[in-house]
Ligand binder design. Structure first.
Ligand code: SF4
Ligand code: SF4
Ligand code: SF4
Ligand code: F3S
Length: 417
């Protein structure tokens, strides 16, 4: 195994291949606080890419209700259990050391436990068992909405127990796509080398012609986002809507466009982008890129289960009302700061949050023009700033304000029904 640097866990880790990074990385921020669980994203992906025979179980995008839901069922509990068992056997703990937290290369501190690449029992580290994992049973791939809207509760006093900072009765929606990981376990595990990460945008794809259906990718992906198709006997996964990223969609005028699941989001919870990557895998400093700003500057958006070690590139703004202990396991030790920042946003953060779902084109750069103060209390103030988004070619593609703009319908469009 080679040694690579994973900034999400703040240290070097074992990985089967040497460091090699794309020029840009496909990345997204999902704001859990705003999701209404409508599944429009799920259907947008399904209707575009996976409507054919043999793809019945394929939900490249799914939205599951935590803590009980999951697709495939219990995917995260199962991999966490496997990881926990290996730590027990090795006499180690899955803990974070928060020293160095908030530095650029160790933003959440250092994970001192083992990743899925490091926790493979030595007797299995031969051949292609490069990561700890399992293959879900057919039954676990059924019922994508399993556990939907079922809350966790240890009290029946619903009315009295719904105050922030934490609700006693709670659930939240977790929106999931392939994370187009920086150190993909699916890619590392494939004995046919049928999986590759694109140099231009970091999208991880399965070469359908090379794949022989070994399913090592299905076994190794801790997020269970590589899926086997029974009738073609090859595996498939989210393709990051790469024709849209390349600007091939007729609507995009040749400029990179956000994916189907992102642009269709009714709750306006998703923002997608491309971040520039240095040769060593770190992100090129660029505060004017909204994804860079949210993840690296404000650190309000966090990776899903960073301790797995794959370097996932979908980042989540954690839900405010959920017990922190649960969230820390899911998003790491950055949770408390992220929720604090989101609850009392800085002037700039509030402006950048307005960019979610304002345009189908990818925003590479934003600019803020200051407006007047419109609200203030002892904890924070709100300004009616204007935020402007620019495309890859520097064209203005969106302009909006913090205070929701009013549009008055022209009389000729008056609704007569
Ligand atoms: Fe591969 Fe899974 Fe990461 Fe997607 S989420 S790149 S399928 S390891
Ligand atoms: Fe589906 Fe595209 Fe979203 Fe991937 S990025 S889940 S392919 S809609
Ligand atoms: Fe949530 Fe948006 Fe998907 Fe609806 S479309 S379930 S709001 S992520
Ligand atoms: Fe490789 Fe997965 Fe196909 S392991 S051969 S890409 S099923």
């Amino acid at each position: 195994m080679a040694e690579v640097y994973n900034w999400q866990i703040g240290r070097k880790m074992e990985y089967p291949y040497e460091e090699k990074h794309p020029k840009f990385q496909f990345a997204a921020v999902f704001n859990i606080n705003r999701c209404i669980g409508c599944q429009t994203c799920t259907m947008a992906c399904k209707a575009t890419w996976t409507f054919s025979d043999g793809q019945e179980y394929m939900w490249w995008n799914n939205v599951e209700t935590k803590p009980y839901g999951g697709y495939p069922q219990h995917w995260d509990i199962k991999i966490l259990q496997l990881l926990h068992d290996e730590h027990q056997k090795a006499g180690k703990e899955m803990v974070w050391n928060k020293n160095g937290k908030s530095q650029n290369d160790t933003p959440y501190g250092k994970y001192e436990g083992m990743t899925i690449f490091e926790a493979v029992p030595s007797y299995r580290k031969d051949g292609h068992n490069v990561a700890l994992g399992y293959i879900p049973s057919d039954k676990e791939w059924r019922y994508p909405n399993y556990g939907e809207d079922v809350p966790y509760s240890f009290t029946r006093e619903f009315i009295k127990e719904t105050d922030l900072p934490e609700h006693k009765v709670w659930f939240f929606y977790l929106q999931r796509i392939c994370n187009h990981c920086s150190y993909p376990a699916c890619l590392a595990a494939c004995p046919r080398k049928a999986i590759y990460k694109r140099e231009e945008d970091g999208i991880v794809l399965i070469d359908q012609k090379r794949c022989r259906g070994y399913q090592k990718c299905v076994e190794a992906c801790p997020y269970k986002k590589a899926m086997y198709r029974g009738n073609t006997k090859v595996s498939e996964k989210c393709i990051g809507c790469y024709p849209r990223i390349e600007g091939d969609d007729p609507l995009s005028e040749g400029e990179p466009m956000e994916t189907r699941c992102v642009t269709s989001c009714v709750g306006k919870i998703r923002l997608q982008g491309l971040v520039e990557i240095n040769q060593d895998g770190s992100w090129k400093e660029d505060e004017s890129n909204p994804i860079y700003y949210l993840v690296k500057v404000e650190k309000v958006a966090l990776p899903l289960y960073p301790q797995f070690g794959t370097g996932p590139n979908v980042y989540y703004i954690p839900p405010r009302w959920v017990p922190k202990e649960y969230l820390r396991q899911m998003f790491g030790p950055g949770v408390d700061d992220a929720i604090e920042k989101y609850s009392y946003p800085s002037r700039k953060l509030l402006a950048v949050l307005q960019l979610f779902r304002t345009t189908q084109k990818i925003i590479f750069k934003y600019e803020i023009k200051e407006g007047e103060k419109i609200f203030e209390n002892e904890k924070w103030a709100m300004y009616n700033d204007t935020v402007i988004g620019y495309s890859k070619n520097g064209k203005e593609i969106v302009r909006t304000t913090v205070e929701e703009p009013f549009f008055i319908r022209d009389l000729k469009h008056y609704n007569s029904i």
